[in-house]
Design a protein around this ligand. Structure first.
Ligand SMILES: [Zn+2]
Ligand SMILES: [Zn+2]
Length: 159
């Protein structure tokens, strides 16, 4: 969604509220992402506050079981119509008074998403040898010994 910022930048005290949803393409999130927020000019400082939420089902990183992932987070940014310091990433530049909110929030969500999704914190995962779910069965497979460690073990047992 594009938001027209000119009225907000030009009127101290003005607040624009919005509520919509969008799709984050190529992100691994396949459900619509709900957004509700506001853009507000307080004493000449224009800030964006957005509550972002979605719920989807993804595979556990270790055992591949489906896991319901609930995401809910608030993001805030200060918007500016011009930057003096190009490297300042505290501010979001809205050069021509409007900007793509979806792209900004997409980045926010991707940075905030946990790298790994687990069905439970201590998920034991699948056995790399036979593929058994180690949360449910004890397959008895032995971990192959690293050949470098095997040499070390031999040396140790010789002494
Ligand atoms: Zn799992
Ligand atoms: Zn196994």
């Amino acid at each position: 969604m594009f938001i027209e910022l000119e009225p907000v930048f030009n009127n101290v005290g003005l607040k624009k509220e919005f509520q919509y949803s969008f799709f984050m393409e190529d992100s691994g999130v396949d459900v619509p992402v709900r957004v509700s927020g506001k853009i507000e000019n307080r004493a000449g400082v224009v800030s964006l506050t957005a509550d972002v939420a979605f719920q989807d089902t993804v595979a556990c990183d270790r055992c591949l079981k489906p896991v319901v992932r609930s995401f809910q987070k608030q993001f805030t940014h200060i918007l500016t119509a011009s930057l003096n310091d190009e490297d300042n990433d505290e501010f979001i530049l809205a050069e021509d008074m409007h900007f793509d909110l979806d792209a900004l929030l997409r980045e926010d969500v991707l940075l905030a998403l946990p790298m790994k999704v687990l069905c439970k914190a201590d998920c034991k995962g699948l056995c790399p040898m036979c593929g058994a779910d180690r949360n449910e069965t004890v397959c008895g497979c032995k971990k192959p010994v690293d050949p470098r460690l095997a040499v070390l073990q031999e040396l140790l047992s010789d002494s």
